[in-house]
Ligand binder design. Sequence first.
Ligand SMILES: CC(C)(COP(=O)(O)OP(=O)(O)OC[C@H]1O[C@@H](n2cnc3c(N)ncnc32)[C@H](O)[C@@H]1OP(=O)(O)O)[C@@H](O)C(=O)NCCC(=O)NCCS
Length: 494
Amino acid sequence: MATGQLFSKTTQALFYNYKQLPIQRMLDFDFLCRRETPSIAGIINPGSEGFQKLFFGQEEIAIPVHLGIEAACAAHPTADVFINFASFRSAAASSMAALKQPTIRVVVIIAEGVPESDTKQLVAYAKANNKVVIGPATVGGIQAGAFKIGDTAGTIDNIIHCKLYRPGSVGFVSKSGGMSSELYNTIARVTDGIYEGIAIGGDVFPGSTLSDHVLRFNNIPQVKMVVVLGELGGRDEYSLVEALQQGKINKPVVAWVSGTCARLFKSEVQFGHAGAKSGGEMESAQAKNQALRDAGAVVPTSYEAFEGAIKETFEKLVEAGKITPVKEVVPPQIPEDLNTAIKSGKVRAPTHIITTICDERGEEPCYAGVPIFSLVEQGLGVGDVISLLWFKRSLPRYCSRFIEICIMLCADHGPCVSGAHNTIVTSRAGKDVVSCLVSGLLTIGPRFGGAIDDAARYFKDAYDRGLTPYEFVEGMKKKGIRVAGIGHRYQNLK
Ligand SMILES: CC(C)(COP(=O)(O)OP(=O)(O)OC[C@H]1O[C@@H](n2cnc3c(N)ncnc32)[C@H](O)[C@@H]1OP(=O)(O)O)[C@@H](O)C(=O)NCCC(=O)NCCS
């Protein structure tokens, strides 16, 4: 486990399993913090390769997408955080593969339901190799003004509201991801804000513990006080009690262990998290709160009083000259996505294309107002489709039949017969008759109508050499060359 700061303003991560929303939120946070480089160097998405287009502020950037972990690490050797959005089925295997990469230092596991025996193996490997695991079942964490993991702290509005775009003086660690969003708000209200916040996740065996992070915060000079939100169940808070008793933490700790209401139930209750179940008196919220209080932490009498306790501790530090509250900065404005702005009625956008024939705005394209499927249901054909597309109405059956006969008769000319087609197109473009003819004539080539050129060449050659027609035809026959331009089947005399 690292003993100091985990992240900085230049930290870059690899993101496993493409999830557009959390990735875009990380990039929006980067922009808000005026980071120079995006916090995501690459994405790993088994089964697809290439790049994904995302926004970095107003600019569109292409983030490389790799098939596998090894290839991604090789391509981005400076990315040392691995954010794992794999499902619970594959999270352990991909996390272990990431931990084994020499470039990866921190692995964050989002999935809930990772088997405990797998997590234990990950934790053992990480400890032995001096790496950090955050999670499983975590939303992640944030270093204010520097680096954010996935969905931590919610929407951009919430992040701005909680002033997470610039560092404050409080280190915060929580078991719960949802409650950490609540506490970011509380801490922003009564202090100069968060320096770093981590949610360790609600599993019974988290990759890193509350006390691991509190001890780390103790070594970060910018962190002046620590806020801890524990939970009933497990004994992690007692490691913190021990560290306090042993004098290993010399910064004020304000703590609350939630789940005091468990006593109101007659039988044991499993709360939302896998680990939130008290297996005995020692694991109850009351016992842990008391132990923390006895060890010197500031522990309020209820959750409602938590905010007041944080405020009071912060103000004491300011009075004692230990904190000079950070100066407020104005974050840049994140450009709103066009679709979101349109939906909220803030902007309107002109259409780029208007088509008077095919309407593709709905679930099913319509030709002149007639849904395609109804054409199929009515047993109508190509002639009817053309009458809708070209004449914008359903023509009588004899007309659509006529169109179909024209198509049937012309069909054999295939796609290379473009002379007449070009003449028609040029004429539809409103050009004069000479231009129309020229456009058609210039298309005559070896694949259509070009025989006439060859015929002219041979006839001129024969004339220049003074051959009679008989000598010319006979000579060609002997050489095995067919005279071009002669012998079209339609012109054969029967
Ligand atoms: C963990 C989490 C991000 C996983 O995302 P997900 O959308 O459930 O999973 P995906 O759809 O991406 O993947 C599911 C499976 O489908 C597979 N899959 C997805 N698209 C596929 C495709 N087109 N073809 C084949 N397989 C596909 C994936 O490979 C994956 O396989 P795996 O389970 O063997 O790994 C998501 O479940 C989650 O956010 N859970 C909540 C976690 C949480 O609450 N954490 C605590 C916060 S406080």
